[in-house]
Each structure stands twice: as C-alpha cells, then as structure tokens.
Design a protein around this ligand. Sequence first.
Ligand SMILES: C[S@@+](CC[C@H](N)C(=O)[O-])C[C@H]1O[C@@H](n2cnc3c(N)ncnc32)[C@H](O)[C@@H]1O
Length: 224
Amino acid sequence: MKQLRLKITADGSSTIYNEKIDENYHSIHGALQESMHVFIDKGLLNSLNKTFKNENLKILEIGWGTGLNCALTYFNSTDSKIKIEYHGIEPFPVADNLIAKLNFSFNNSEQEFFKALHQLSWNKNHFINSSFSLTKHESTFENFNSLEQFDLIYFDAFAPRKQPELWLKNIFEKIYGLLRADGSLVTYCAKGQVRRDLEAVGLSVERLDGPTGKREMIRATKNI
Ligand SMILES: C[S@@+](CC[C@H](N)C(=O)[O-])C[C@H]1O[C@@H](n2cnc3c(N)ncnc32)[C@H](O)[C@@H]1O
C-alpha cells in the first residue's frame, strides 16, 4: 500500500505511518517499549504465570501488522517451556520492502527470526519449532471465524477515533466468545466507553499502568 511509510519513534524503534487514516501502528513515545509493556509484560507474562507446564497457551492477535508483538512473544516465552499457538489476523499485509526497513533493535538471530516470520505463507499453520506455531490469517477480524478459543487476545486495532467499527459492543461479544474461561484481552486503549462496553459483555476490566506516554491501559478477563 502506497499510503504506508516508515517512521522512527522516541525509543529509536520504527513504526509505520498510515497516511490514509493519519495514524501510526505504534505509540510515537516508543513502539518497542509500548509493545513490551502492553502485550508482553501485562499480557503474555501474566498468562504464562497462570499456565501449567504441560498446557498450551493460545494467543490471538487482532491487527498483526509488522509482526512485532509476535516476535516479542516468541523471544519472551522460549524459557517458559510452555507451548504457544499463535494466530495473527491482518487484512492488509505490509509489503516486504517496508518490513525490511523496520528497526526493532533485534540482535542478528532475532532479526533472522523476524525475517523468517514474514516469509511464512498466509492462512496456513506453521510449526516454527516444537513449542511455537504460527498461523497468519489474511482477514479482517469481522470475517474471522474460529471454533477454537484463546487464552490471550492482543487487541491492537487502530484507535477508536480512527477505526470505531472495531471498538463496538458486537466486536467485544465476539471476543468474549473467543476467550477461554480465565482468558484475557489486553489493549493499549483505556477509554471509558471501551471499558464500559467490555464490562457490558461480561468481562472483568482492570485498569493498569500504561506504557510511557499513556496513563492507563486495559486488561479484561473472562472470569467464569
Ligand atoms: C495499530 S496497527 C497494529 C499493528 C501491529 N500489532 C504491529 O505491532 O505492527 C493496527 C493493525 O490492524 C490492522 N487492521 C485494520 N483493519 C482491521 C480489521 N478490520 N481487522 C483486523 N485488523 C485490522 C491494520 O492493517 C494494522 O496492521
């Protein structure tokens, strides 16, 4: 897409700017620090702590984009001995030439891994190794159907003012159905209406400290 271009954020890591909707893929206060805080520290590590060694952790990312959250999930879970099944949903895959320009301060082997993630075909399950599998679904979330349920959902859509259709109650109802008992959604957004709508569909909402540049974020859990 011609409307996408590279941008550097405050921690030196890259993001992508979408000209059409005038929105960045990550926080301008630092893409890497935002992903690490919201999705890894408050999402992945919290869920890994609740998972027994012989269980799988199933993760669904809504808005796979650059694949940053997926790569960070792999790097931060390899010591856990817990098997991860990762599903990423993305209707507009980013072109390879733009992916090649992204800098997330990865070391050489991490960068090779990141590159390999992008070379995997879409809509097919890939075993990266015996403890990590990835399926990249080329689809909108609205059109995504699954009989599976997930332990953790990374909700990384564009902000509500830019993409209001993904922050509606019917979307959160679908998310509720896709979560396993005790499963959680994490998102960078802490808007009051979003919190109320998540609660209205039956999720328990926690307001957590946000990443740099944001006061709060949300973790919403299916407590049944
Ligand atoms: C804020 S960016 C997040 C990107 C990504 N998580 C990353 O770390 O690079 C939002 C992403 O949602 C994708 N997206 C747009 N419409 C969508 C939809 N209807 N369903 C799922 N994803 C969508 C965009 O193409 C974009 O990649």
